[in-house]
Write a protein that binds this ligand. Structure first.
Ligand code: NAD
Length: 398
């Protein structure tokens, strides 16, 4: 036991420390949010969440558990705690979720390891077979910088780059509050292929094929994966960049998985396009954090701001369950980014964008809100947590 005082240590776009009680308080806020919105009728009963420990995946797990009373199996890849050394936040988030779920009488089990590997898939299938029989919802919410391909053993690294030509735009160092101009050189063919190998749909298909072959998908089963489109100002780096091509491949996979499910008595697979939010994944993308800081200010003023938990609660309650069926756009995607993309919000972003400088950052954007949210991801700044007290960083997984 080496109890210690844990403070944030921000290094660029990551914080290398995480606070166990703070992460637990954050998870509790999300649980309370879902509970306050009432039960989601005819919701999922047995859910596999791949990428379950932070961001949109954690929000999906909490919504399934506390909105619909679902049993959940969570897969994630977090650094465990050690004697005298904190874990990554998803580790503490998962412990907090699991305690709360079990206290509420819900089944919750966890697998920490590489979801891209055959080994973790096998462990997950064995657990589902033994404990749940079948699953009726699979949420695919991985965000990873690399993937070791299970068949070729090749290591693919994803990049966030434009395609075809270099891209120059404003960006913000969210820690220092400095706005600067960044130029990103275009990706080469290998980088484009690698990014699709990591963030595209092949692995989601592998999961769904493995579940289907093992007869572990319940009649009426659904699967959803998450994507982003966003405004023109970010298209060169996002929608039309390497990550956007990978997301196109995720859409291709959604169509295949949808057919697979329909052939086997399942219901549907689809992509939900979600709102831009502060997560560990999005903070690593150039330009996007500046856009998010402007967006937060505008959406808070309009009364339409949502976090991951509000987004996924709305997805489940108004599109997937509760007597609803998804409303698809022309490309067959659910658009839970609808409030972000409202014309009045986007025209205001366009108007503000040219005026943002280091000097005007605080006034023109919600950089303060961005920072608050960023620190919360690591369990800092939560009300009711005594950050001056020593705490034990080494916590066993449940
Ligand atoms: P996140 O970084 O908060 O979560 C990623 C999750 O994946 C974590 O649970 C992590 O442990 C897990 N993970 C990463 N590599 C893994 C591996 N090899 N094996 C097992 N688990 C692994 O990310 P997020 O922002 O919630 O992103 C989730 C999805 O939502 C992504 O597809 C992302 O593109 C999409 N999305 C994000 C945003 C946004 O603004 N953050 C917007 C729309 C869509």
């Amino acid at each position: 036991m080496v109890a210690m005082i844990i403070k944030p240590k921000v290094r660029g776009f990551v914080c290398v420390t995480a606070h166990p009680e703070g992460c637990a308080a954050h998870v509790q806020e999300w649980i309370d949010c879902v509970k306050s919105r009432g039960p989601i009728k005819s919701g999922p009963r047995k859910v596999l969440v791949i990428g379950a420990s932070t961001g949109y995946g954690l929000a999906s797990r909490i919504t399934a558990g506390f909105g619909s009373g679902a049993a959940t199996l969570g897969i994630f890849f977090e650094r465990p705690s050690e004697e005298g050394r904190n874990a990554t936040p998803g580790w503490y988030n998962t412990i907090a979720f699991t305690k709360a779920a079990r206290a509420a009488g819900l089944y919750a089990k966890n697998l920490n390891g590489d979801a891209f590997s055959d080994d973790i898939k096998k462990q997950a299938l064995d657990l589902i077979r033994a404990d749940l029989g079948q699953v009726d919802l699979v949420v695919y919410s991985l965000a990873s910088p690399r993937r070791t391909h299970p068949k070729t053993a090749a290591v693919h690294k994803s990049v966030l780059k434009p395609i075809g030509q270099s891209y120059t735009n404003k960006t913000v160092d969210t820690d220092k509050g400095v706005v600067s101009t960044v130029t990103i050189e275009p990706a080469n063919e290998q980088e484009i292929a690698d990014t699709t190998a990591v963030m595209g749909g092949e692995d989601w298909e592998m999961w769904m094929n493995a579940l289907s072959e093992s007869k572990l998908l319940a009649p009426g089963a659904q699967s959803v994966a998450y994507s982003y489109i966003g405004p023109e100002v970010t298209w060169a780096i996002y929608k039309n960049g390497t990550i956007g091509l990978a997301k196109n491949d995720l859409e291709r996979a959604a169509r295949n998985i949808d057919s697979l499910l329909k052939l086997n008595g399942g219901d549907r697979a689809f992509i939900s396009v979600n709102k831009a939010l502060v997560t560990q994944a999005s903070s690593a993308i150039p330009v996007v954090p500046l856009y998010i800081s402007i967006l937060y200010k505008l959406m808070k003023a309009a009364g339409t701001h949502e976090g991951c938990i509000e987004q996924i609660q709305r997805l489940f309650a108004t599109q997937m369950f509760n007597g609803h069926t998804p409303k698809f756009d022309e490309a067959g995607r659910v658009r839970i980014d609808d409030w972000e993309m409202r014309p009045e919000i986007q025209s205001a972003v366009k108007r503000i964008w040219p005026d943002v400088t280091t000097e005007t950052l605080a006034a023109e954007t919600d950089i303060a809100g961005y920072r608050t949210e960023f620190l919360k991801l690591f369990g800092f700044g939560l009300p009711g947590v005594n950050y001056e007290a020593e705490t034990e960083p080494h916590r066993p997984m449940l």
